[in-house]
Design a protein around this ligand. Structure first.
Ligand code: MEV
Length: 313
């Protein structure tokens, strides 16, 4: 039996805009999905999915998951009509929109397959295999989630719109930043939400261009502020990024309510993260004690669950 791991992630800046080649910043989080791959008793592949999940998530994603596993197998040239395999998913990453659970499963699978079939995949190849897997979940992924999941840490990521390799670089901060992640418990379809944004952009390109330009300036400022450890500024930029995401209609009442609770209880900044219309919000705080206060307020204020973590160091 072989084992592979993929990290969860949280997008700090740039969900949706990253799809159009604008820079983004994402942080790998500690929670992981672990894949175990063994030779199957029959031909084809079988799956035992033991990952913790919010109600409805696995059912909603089941067809996409099948396509994704087939994509990873095809990319790695593994023909299960000759070598049957059994896949088991576990780990502590909760399957809920916003954590990059689909990307983490693809990365963990590619790593376990590499070990089982002696493929010797580099991280770069694992990332490419996971990107193919992500296409099963949403036709035109930016590649940000699988990159954050493969490499962990904080990454600055730009998609190549011509289909070439993305540009990304790891960012190391002087001090880790305290982060709270709160889930609405609502499972969103990335394909649907990304498709809807694209339709709105196509219907009104000038409107989208104006918002994108502001976002692009904002993300450069966010990188500088993070590097200077100016967390007050980072928080302000997160708040503004949330408003831009509201403008492109990917937030929702549940996310806005959690964002408000976090800000009212001392967060330096808060925003939705990931696909939106459900999924997660994130908030940064000045220290651990402020993080505990914000996390408690979010738990009491109706979040499905809350995670306290750090990023950047
Ligand atoms: C989903 O986690 C992030 C989106 O920007 C889609 C993508 O990057 O492919 C909404």
């Amino acid at each position: 039996m072989s084992v592979g791991k993929g990290r969860g992630k949280s997008i700090l800046f740039g969900e949706h805009f990253v799809v159009y080649g604008i820079p983004s910043l994402a942080a790998g989080i500690d929670a992981v999905t672990i894949a175990h791959v063994s030779r199957g008793k029959s031909l084809g592949w079988t799956l035992d999915d033991q990952r913790p999940a919010v109600p409805g998530y696995k059912e909603k994603k089941m067809d996409e998951q099948k396509e994704s596993i087939n994509n990873v197998l095809n990319f790695l040239d593994i023909d299960t009509s000759k070598n049957g395999i059994h896949i088991e998913y576990g780990g502590d990453l909760i399957c809920a929109s916003g954590f990059g659970a689909s990307a983490a499963s693809c990365v963990s699978l590619a790593r376990a397959l590499s070990e089982e079939f002696n493929l010797g995949l580099s991280d770069e190849k694992v990332n490419e295999a996971a990107y193919e897997g992500e296409k099963g979940y949403h036709g035109t992924p930016s590649g940000l989630d699988n990159t954050a999941s493969t490499y962990g840490g904080l990454v600055w990521y730009i998609r190549d719109l011509e289909g070439g390799p993305p540009k990304f670089k790891p960012i190391k901060l002087k001090e880790p930043v305290n982060l709270v992640i709160a889930s609405t418990g609502i499972t969103a379809s990335t394909t649907e939400v990304v498709g809807d944004v694209r339709a709105k952009k196509d219907a009104n390109p000038e409107w989208f261009e104006k918002i994108s330009k502001e976002y692009e300036n904002l993300v450069h400022e966010a990188l500088t502020s993070l590097e200077n450890q100016d967390l007050v500024k980072v928080g302000q930029l997160m708040n503004r990024n949330h408003e831009l995401l509201q403008d492109i209609t990917v937030s929702c009442k549940e996310l806005d309510d959690l964002v408000k609770i976090a800000r009212d209880n001392g967060a330096l900044g808060a925003k939705m993260t990931g696909t939106g219309r459900g999924g997660n919000m994130i908030a940064i705080t000045v220290d651990e004690s402020a993080r505990d206060t914000v996390a408690k307020a979010l738990e009491e204020g109706g979040a499905a669950f809350v995670i306290k973590t750090t990023f950047g160091a």
